[in-house]
Design a protein around this ligand. Structure first.
Ligand SMILES: [Zn+2]
Length: 125
């Protein structure tokens, strides 16, 4: 699976997703476009750092005063250290086994509900 040390030429997916929690930048980039711009040897970590560097909330932005507890860009690539390709629909990734079994399933029909008696006053009239 890809990590920050993975060079672009070894990146397994054709789409590079970059996201930021704060500035809402980011998007899906074609690996070929990034390779054409930065070359095949640059690592994914450098791509993420470059993405963070373009952010107003980047921790090393010189126009901002250093704030120990201020917001920092949360730029990241959600596909690093993940084995699931970003460009496959969920239906193509196969079935996964989940915990539980038939005994845990809810019944299709509602069970017998205990009848409640109306207390006080009757509406039989
Ligand atoms: Zn950001």
């Amino acid at each position: 699976m890809p990590t920050e040390d993975t060079p672009l030429r070894d990146y397994p997916w054709i789409v590079v997703r970059l996201r930021c929690h704060f500035c809402r930048r980011g998007g899906d980039y074609r690996l070929a476009d990034i390779v054409a711009k930065h070359g095949p040897r640059i690592t994914m970590g450098r791509i993420v750092v470059g993405f963070v560097g373009g952010c107003h909330w980047a921790p090393w932005n010189p126009t901002r005063k250093p704030q120990k507890y201020g917001m920092k860009c949360g730029g990241f690539c959600p596909d690093l250290r993940a084995s699931r390709p970003p460009d496959l629909p969920p239906s193509m990734t196969g079935l996964t086994v989940v915990d539980g079994g038939r005994g845990d399933q809810l019944p299709a029909e509602p069970g017998e509900q205990p009848r409640r008696r109306r207390v006080g006053g009757t509406n039989d009239a």
